[in-house]
Design a binder for this molecule. Structure first.
Ligand code: 2AM
Ligand code: CA
Length: 266
């Protein structure tokens, strides 16, 4: 692999270290599913454990860097020049149910721009990573988005609505609109892996509303460096960490956006 900035080395190392305990925890889930207490609390502690390993590793190298994480929140808030964005388990619901579609996601930002990122599914042993200007990789192989040109031939992935969503009807009507124009739609339950799968050409496009920034920060650079196009839409300036994302192979971007912006769903 030809990615060699200090930051990518650090995040891949932190990711590998955290994944060892995450794999062990995933192995415990089956036992817990049949216990009366259920695995809910266990997953929360697996999330926290994984996140702590990552934060400790990153802070050893750069105690002053800003950090935004799912479990701990914001650390070193004033440092916006150098910032790590961490999601210790993306696809928590899959993890909780013993489904091996989840990932650790870590991104590094400078002045609000993602410079490198890693998304690792430790069960499939698939590591997606990218660095600005140096391409995107799946394990040791360079990846690129698909070259599908027609939306009607496209396989699209989406997620949501979340259980607590107040815009479920809007999201379902978008789903209906899109499904009428594409080959098929999938819903796999990990936003980070959904974006990574567009980057390596398994899917042609992805959209999802009401995500958190840590779900997709690493995906941004992995997709861009693979030749894809990523856009945030309907942004709420008061909620900078909440994102609606449209991510595609670039060819079908405008057409897919058109399907989401139809007047009858606004
Ligand atoms: P999580 O697994 O870290 O919670 C599922 O469609 C995707 O949406 C996952 O990546 C999930 O991240 C993310 N997501 C973000 N906010 C969510 C919420 N409130 N409820 C469920 N999934 C959410
Ligand atoms: Ca997440």
């Amino acid at each position: 692999m030809r990615l060699n900035s200090p930051q990518i080395n650090l995040i891949t190392r932190a990711c590998m270290k955290a994944s060892r305990s995450l794999i062990r925890d995933f192995g415990e889930i089956e036992n817990l599913q049949v216990s009366t207490k259920g695995p809910g609390d266990f997953v929360t502690s697996a999330d926290k454990r994984t996140e702590k390993i990552i934060i400790d590793e990153l802070q050893k190298a750069h105690p002053d860097y800003g950090i935004v994480t799912e479990e701990t929140g914001i650390i070193n808030k004033s440092n916006l020049d150098n910032r790590w964005i961490i999601d210790p388990i993306d696809g928590t619901m899959n993890f909780l149910n013993g489904i091996p579609q989840f990932a650790i996601s870590i991104a590094y930002e400078e002045n609000d721009e993602v410079k490198c990122g890693v998304i690792f599914n430790p069960i499939m042993n698939e590591m997606f990573c990218a660095e600005k200007g140096n391409g995107s990789y799946l394990n040791n192989s360079r990846i690129r988005v698909s070259n599908k040109k027609n939306i009607k031939d496209s396989l699209i992935v989406t997620g949501g609505p979340n259980g607590s969503s107040k815009i479920k009807d809007k999201i379902f009507s978008e789903y209906i609109n899109v499904s009428k124009s594409v080959s098929n739609i999938r819903k796999l339950g990990s936003a980070a892996l959904d974006v990574a799968y567009v980057a390596c050409g398994r899917f042609d496009g992805y959209w999802q509303r009401e995500l958190n920034y840590w779900d997709i920060a690493a995906g941004i650079i992995i997709l861009k460096e693979a030749g894809g196009f990523v856009e945030f839409f309907d942004e709420d300036k008061n909620l900078p960490l909440v994102k609606n994302i449209l991510a595609t192979n670039a060819n079908i971007h405008d057409e897919l956006r058109g399907l989401l912006n139809k007047k009858d769903i606004e």
